[in-house]
Design a protein around this ligand. Structure first.
Ligand code: PDD
Length: 274
């Protein structure tokens, strides 16, 4: 079953207007929430980020956050999903095509769930990635439906047979096409600060909390391509791939081609939260 605003419908009953602004302009925001064992992981943080994303694009959500949370929980229950994800998006709704905000349109919320196993092989063995220029706009903190910059970067990685594209603006590493990036050097953990150039990942924040609890030095400062390639360990994080070690960047082997020890400690602690 699909959630369309406040209604639960079968997929073939759902209709989206051809003038929906999400469809025509990418004028909307979204979230991806993990379901483990039939329960939603970090639901409050995702709802809060959706609220913030909507606020940043001056879009009013169709109903309250409490109602949204209740409806998403109902959606998971109705679909009887054990391990998977919720995809939820809200657009500025349908109106005759014009770039500026329409008067009197109502936002449209669509949410559905999908079974998705934990990518345990990648989490355990690590993945290969490529480096590519960050061509996205300067409001990457908004989880907007405009994903072309990420789509093109991810395809570059896929063409090389790699899992992810790590993005850089000039010499500075920002994040992955759909992940946050961390490096470890001399036991300290570095990641880009949560400003307009990255999405402030929910998994990122869980990792930072764990790292501080485990008394690692945490440095939320930009680092360079050179520092990335010279890191002792690298990992990427997201709702879907959790904490995944990076073992190779283009031709450079990282941590001897194995998940590094600090990464493994963080993974073990993260698993305890699930
Ligand atoms: N992507 N950075 C970007 C650009 C992302 O798209 C994502 C998530 C992240 C990680 O955020 P989080 O830990 O909150 O999932 C970082 C989701 C999963 C997606 O678009 O499918």
């Amino acid at each position: 079953m699909i959630l369309l605003n406040e209604r639960f419908l079968e997929r073939d009953e759902v209709t989206i207007d051809i003038e929906d602004r999400g469809y025509q302009f990418g004028d909307g925001v979204y979230e991806v929430i993990r379901i483990y064992n039939g329960a939603c992981f970090a639901m409050d943080a995702h709802i809060e980020r959706l609220r913030r994303s909507a606020e940043q694009i001056e879009m009013i959500l169709p109903y309250t956050l409490t109602e949204l949370e209740e409806n998403l929980l109902k959606l998971v229950e109705k679909n009887n999903i054990k391990t998977g994800i919720i995809y939820v998006q809200v657009t500025r709704g349908a109106a005759p095509r014009a770039h500026h905000f329409p008067e009197g349109s109502s936002s449209v919320l669509v949410a559905y769930v999908q079974s998705l196993d934990r990518p345990l092989t990648k989490i355990r063995n690590g993945v290969k990635v490529t480096l590519t220029e960050d061509i996205r706009w300067k409001r990457c903190d908004i989880k907007s439906l405009n994903l072309l910059g990420s789509v093109l970067a991810k395809q570059k990685a896929k063409n090389k047979g790699f899992e992810e594209a790590i993005l850089h603006r000039d010499e500075v590493i920002t994040e992955g096409s759909s992940t946050n990036v961390f490096i470890i050097k001399d036991q300290a953990i570095y990641t880009h600060p949560a400003n307009n150039l990255i999405l402030n990942g929910i998994t990122r924040n869980k990792v930072l909390k764990i790292a501080r609890e485990k008394k690692f030095q945490v440095v939320e400062e930009p680092f360079t391509i050179k520092e990335l390639l010279n890191a002792d360990e690298i990992f990427i994080t997201s709702t879907t791939i959790e904490i995944t070690p990076v073992i190779e960047i283009d031709q450079t082997v990282i941590a001897g081609g194995q998940p590094g020890p600090v990464t493994c400690i963080l993974q073990k602690e993260f698993d305890k939260l699930l």
